[in-house]
Design a protein around this ligand. Sequence first.
Ligand code: TMP
Length: 211
Amino acid sequence: MAAAPAAGLFLSFEGIDGAGKSTQARRLADHLRCLGRSVVLTREPGGSPGAEEIRRLLVEGAPGRWSAETELLLFTAARRDHLERTIAPALAEGRVVITDRFADSTRVYQGAVRGDLRALTDRLHAEMIGLEPRLTFILDMEPGPALRRGRARGGTEDRFEEMGQEFQTSLRAGFRALAAGFPDRCRLIDAARPAEAIAAEIAAMAAEVLG
Ligand code: TMP
């Protein structure tokens, strides 16, 4: 897809499992709605009916269920549907779209940590997605407490958490490297602070691009 219609504002949240992305994405959405903006809060994998079906294949079941290559294709398929059905139409209407994870997760999880697939990840992204957020908030914290928080949520969506703490440590390094590689777009956020302080910092950063 060529770069999607970008009348609206596209923002993403990224980071290791349990870093508090969903909470902060929700808080930013609430804050922007209070300011009178029309906001779509969405997530990956998922964010459209078809992509939510693909989500179940990816986040449930045994860690070894898919290879990194198969995951790359499934995540990209889910993202394409999310883009076509949810993100692009909302941006075309001039809305703010906030997504809990986007292509940076694929760059780090499949491209750098699960496999050495970064070049292929970038090619697929260019051919099939072709859209980057205006700003990406990367929530950064120690994997230990993050993993405990993630596991405390329970449920069946633990396939990546079951890959262990060393895996999460490599992911953290991957996200930090990504933030350094895209300094214009990515903001590294210290997520080991009270939620209010994190939310205030993110709201101030978002204000700079809201116009
Ligand atoms: P969530 O728990 O943040 O909803 O995300 C589900 C899991 O999927 C999480 O462990 C990260 C992983 N993931 C990838 O490995 N690659 C991707 O492209 C995305 C979007 C998520």
